[in-house]
Design a protein around this ligand. Structure first.
Ligand SMILES: Cc1ncc(COP(=O)(O)O)c(C=O)c1O
Length: 497
C-alpha cells in the first residue's frame, strides 16, 4: 500500500503581503535548487500573486487565458517545476509530455557549453538548401540510429512542430498517391495550369481518413483531422474528409475481451465502408489514414494490436498510406521508443510523425514516399540542428541509464496502485489504463476531474486532463517510484476527502 510520507511543505504566505513581496521575491530568487527536493514545496496559492500580476501584463497584450502559471526555468529541477512565486511542483505533465529528462538535466546543459555547438545555435541554417557539413551524419547517428528510429525506417524528413509534421506528411502522401496514378508519366500542361487556380486535375480531390476523438494539430490540414474539442475547430473551414469511429473499450480489459473485440470489428468495418464510399460515391478517394497509437488529447483512448494490424491491412488493400502520429507517444513514454512497436505490425507503416520529446518535429517515411522532385515538401528551416544536439544528449542518457526499462517498471507500479485506488473509490475513479508511464484514469464526471486536478495542484502536483473525464500522466522518463508515491498518496488523500 502507499505509505503516508509525502505531504507538501507549506511555507507561510504572510511575507507576500504589502511591500514585503518584493523583498521576499529577491530572497527566493537567490536560492537555486541544487537537486530535487524530497517532496513538493508550496509557498502560495497557485497561481500565486506574482504569476497573477504577470498574467495581467500578458493578457493586456495577447489572449493569455490558457496560461496556468509563470514558471521559473532557472530553478526548475528534474521532475520539479518551479514557479515565480517560490512553489516547486512535482510535474507529471511535463510541458504537455515534451520534456524527456525533466528540467535542467546536466547532460543537456553540458552540450550547450561546447563552443562548436554554440556556432550551430548561432547560425540556424535553411536546412533544405544549405545544411551544415555534419548534417547527414547527424541524421544517421541520432534520428536514424539503430534502436532510436522505428524498426524498418531509413528515411527521414525533419520539420518544426507536431502539426507541421502531420501537415507535410499529408502533402507527402498526396504526392505519392498522385505519382501512383500517373504511372511514371510527367505532369501534364493541364495539371500544371489547373493547380494554379486550385482546380482538378492539378489539385486533385484526395482525402485523408481520421478518427473521432483524434488530435493531430491545429494547422489547416491537420485541423481537418482533429476531432477532440470544438474550440480547436469552430469558425475554421475544414476539408470534408472521412472520419471513422475509434475503439472505446470497457475496462478492465481482461473482463471485457469479447465486447472490446466487437468494438474493434465495428470500427474496422466502418473504416472499410468509408474507403469504399469516398472512392465510389464521393469521388474523393482516401489517399491515407492518420491515427494516434493512443488517442491522447481525446482522452487516452487505446486501440488493441489487433485493431492496428487490421487497420494496416485494410489501408493497404485500398492502396492508401498509413500514417501513425507518434507526436505525443514517441520518444519512450510507453516503455518503447515508439508506441506502435507494441502492435507487431506485419510491416512498417508508411509514415511515423514525431515532435515533443524528440525536441524537433519530423517524420520517418518509407523510401517509396520520397518525392521525385525537390521543393515539394519544404520550408525555410525544415527543423533545427540545435534541437538535434539536445536530442543526441537525451538519447545518450536514455540508452546509458536504460530509461525505457525504468519507464516500464514504474508504469506497471503506478497502474497497479491506481487499480487498487479504483477498487477503494469505485464510485469516483475508473478505467485506469496505460503503457509505460503513459497512463490515464477516468473520473466519474468532468467536474470531479477538474476539481481533482485543482486539488492535486494545491498539494504541489502538476497534472493534466484529457478527453471529458480523464486525468493523464505524462511524466519525464526519469520519473521513479518515489515520485509516483508522492502522486498516489496525494491522490488517495483527495479521493478520501
Ligand atoms: C498526437 C498529436 N499530434 C499532433 C500534435 C500537434 O503538435 P504541436 O502542438 O507541436 O503542433 C499533438 C499535440 O499535442 C499531438 O498530441
Amino acid at each position: 500500500m502507499i505509505a503516508k510520507r509525502m505531504q507538501p511543505v507549506l511555507v507561510s504566505a504572510r511575507a507576500l503581503r504589502g511591500g514585503e513581496l518584493h523583498n521576499w521575491l529577491r530572497t527566493i530568487s537567490t536560492q537555486p535548487f541544487a537537486s530535487e527536493p524530497k517532496s513538493p514545496v508550496i509557498a502560495t496559492e497557485i497561481p500565486g500573486p506574482v504569476s497573477q500580476e504577470l498574467y495581467r501584463q500578458m493578457n493586456s497584450i495577447q489572449q493569455a487565458s490558457s496560461v496556468q502559471l509563470f514558471a521559473d526555468y532557472e530553478k526548475s529541477i528534474g521532475n520539479y517545476l518551479a514557479d515565480v512565486d517560490g512553489n516547486l511542483m512535482l510535474d507529471i505533465y511535463m510541458q504537455i509530455s515534451s520534456m524527456p529528462l525533466g528540467y535542467n538535466h546536466p547532460a543537456m546543459l553540458q552540450v550547450l557549453t561546447d563552443p562548436r555547438n554554440q556556432k550551430i545555435i548561432a547560425n540556424r541554417p535553411a536546412l533544405g538548401v544549405f545544411p551544415n557539413r555534419d548534417w547527414p551524419e547527424k541524421l544517421k547517428n541520432v534520428l536514424l540510429k539503430k534502436g532510436i528510429a522505428p524498426p524498418g525506417f531509413s528515411h527521414i524528413t525533419t520539420m518544426m512542430c507536431g502539426s507541421c509534421s502531420n501537415e507535410n506528411s499529408f502533402k507527402n502522401i498526396f504526392i505519392w498517391y498522385a505519382e501512383k496514378q500517373r504511372h511514371g508519366k510527367s505532369f501534364t500542361k493541364e495539371e500544371m495550369d489547373s493547380c494554379m487556380i486550385n482546380q482538378v486535375p492539378g489539385s486533385p480531390k484526395y482525402s485523408i481518413m481520421s478518427f473521432e476523438g483524434a488530435f493531430h494539430g491545429r494547422t489547416l490540414g491537420s485541423l481537418s483531422t482533429t476531432h477532440s474539442k470544438y474550440i480547436h475547430k469552430i469558425d475554421v473551414p475544414a476539408f470534408d474528409w472521412p472520419i471513422a469511429p475509434f475503439p472505446r473499450y470497457k475496462y478492465p480489459l481482461e473482463s471485457n475481451e469479447s465486447e472490446n473485440k466487437q468494438e474493434d470489428d465495428f470500427c474496422l468495418a466502418k473504416v472499410e465502408y468509408l474507403f469504399d464510399k469516398y472512392k465510389r460515391e464521393k469521388h474523393f478517394p482516401v489517399a491515407g489514414v492518420i491515427v494516434e497509437p493512443i488517442q491522447a488529447e481525446g482522452g487516452d483512448n487505446h486501440g488493441s494490436p489487433y485493431f492496428f494490424q487490421k487497420l494496416q491491412q485494410i489501408t493497404k488493400k485500398y492502396g492508401g498510406a498509413l500514417l501513425i502520429d507518434e507526436v505525443q507517444t514517441g520518444g519512450g513514454p510507453t516503455g518503447k521508443m515508439w508506441c506502435h512497436e507494441h502492435f507487431n505490425l506485419e510491416s512498417p507503416p508508411h509514415i511515423v510523425t514525431f515532435s515533443k520529446k524528440m525536441q524537433l518535429g519530423g517524420y520517418y517515411h518509407l523510401e517509396e514516399m520520397k518525392p521525385n522532385q525537390p521543393y515539394r515538401v519544404f520550408n525555410t528551416w525544415m527543423g533545427d540542428p540545435s534541437k538535434l544536439i539536445l536530442l543526441e544528449a537525451i538519447i545518450d542518457v536514455i540508452l546509458k541509464e536504460n530509461l525505457l526499462d525504468r519507464v516500464t517498471r514504474v508504469g506497471n507500479y503506478v497502474l497497479q496502485e491506481l487499480k487498487k485506488l479504483e477498487n477503494e473509490f469505485s464510485n469516483t475513479i475508473n478505467s485506469s489504463r496505460g503503457r509505460g508511464t503513459f497512463i490515464a484514469f477516468n473520473c466519474a464526471t468532468s467536474k470531479l476531474r477538474d476539481e481533482t486536478i485543482k486539488k492535486l495542484l494545491r498539494k504541489g502536483i502538476q497534472a493534466g486532463g484529457c478527453g471529458n473525464t480523464a486525468i493523464r500522466l505524462r511524466p519525464s522518463l526519469t520519473f521513479t517510484e518515489h515520485h509516483a508515491n508522492i502522486f498516489l498518496e496525494n491522490l488517495q488523500t483527495i479521493l478520501k476527502e
